[in-house]
Design a protein around this ligand. Structure first.
Ligand code: HEC
Ligand code: HEC
Length: 235
């Protein structure tokens, strides 16, 4: 190819790249100022949707995704022993709060050809709670950004219109919401009417055939089954 062809092509490529960079980041509502009022305990529950693919313990092995222990402040794509996508490896710098915010909103904004098969968390409050929790997964958690004005606070769970995707209130709702939306829409759950025994089998199937992390704690598992049978049971 002659220089006369290559140069315009490069300019077009740079143009596309600039457009992507310029449009990607501002589309996502920033969370830094909200972190001081976010609730890491709520974030821990929301992390159920991540534990389908990630562990977050010191020295733990990588699973489907890299170990998320110490992820805040860590250089991007730097967990040893994990085979990252080229797309994520091309992102330079560290996982600061806002970069995690963009990635968790939609992984493709940061790594268009990346391999995290996760649709993203569209609720700003939920991302703030999640990132507040990720920050605690460390021996020396990063300093929190300055708290913003009062209006920058996080909506409590339940005030956010995008929260719950129409799941009715009741014990077990949080567990079902975070755990089940990790892989598919909650429509799939809401449109079923199954007996408790059939829900039980359905959870087994999700673990054995679809790779869902089993619900180890019997009390939690019962709460999930009660919730499903009560709200999406046989009438
Ligand atoms: C269905 C599996 C899956 C789910 C669910 C998932 N991830 Fe991932 N995650 C991955 C994979 C695979 C990668 C590696 C991506 C790549 O190489 O492009 C990854 C990469 C990451 C990274 C980059 C880490 C590094 O070392 O650079 C972060 C941060 C992350 N995930 C956070 C999360 C959080 C937080 C959640 C829950 C809100 C989540 N992920 C849900 C599979 C998943
Ligand atoms: C690790 C991924 C994963 C998780 C987590 C998960 N599912 Fe699923 N589930 C799947 C896949 C894959 C399918 C089948 C694909 C489809 O129909 O879209 C499915 C299908 C279903 C179906 C439809 C089954 C049918 O016969 O049509 C129901 C009901 C369901 N899931 C309920 C749940 C509930 C309840 C939870 C939370 C406790 C959950 N799932 C969590 C992966 C998962």
């Amino acid at each position: 190819m002659s220089a006369r062809v290559i140069l315009p092509l490069c300019l077009v490529a740079i143009g596309i790249w600039l457009a992507a960079v310029a449009s990607a980041e501002p589309a996502v509502e920033p969370i830094s100022e909200k972190l001081a009022s976010a609730d890491a305990g709520v974030g821990e529950k929301a992390f159920a949707q991540c534990s389908a693919c990630h562990v977050a313990k010191p020295g733990a092995q990588v699973t489907v995704g890299p170990n998320l222990w110490n992820v805040v402040g860590r250089p991007v794509a730097a967990q040893s022993g994990y085979d990252y996508s080229e797309s994520l490896k091309q992102v330079s710098g560290e996982w600061d709060f806002e970069r995690l915010n963009v990635y968790l909103y939609d992984p493709k904004l940061l790594a268009p050809e990346g391999r995290m098969p996760f649709p993203g968390v569209k609720s700003t409050a939920e991302r703030a709670h999640l990132i507040a929790y990720l920050r605690t997964l460390s021996d020396a958690p990063a300093a929190l950004p300055e708290a913003g004005t009062a209006s920058a606070g996080v909506a409590s769970v339940g005030d956010d219109p995008q929260q719950w995707q129409g799941l009715p209130p009741g014990p077990g709702r949080e567990e079902v919401f975070y755990r089940c939306k990790a892989c598919h829409s909650l429509m799939i759950v809401k449109q079923q009417g199954l007996s408790r025994a059939a829900w039980d089998q359905s959870l087994e199937w999700m673990v054995e055939e679809q790779g869902m992390t089993p619900i180890e704690d019997p009390a939690t598992r019962n709460r999930v089954l009660d919730y499903l049978a009560t709200h999406f049971g046989l009438d």
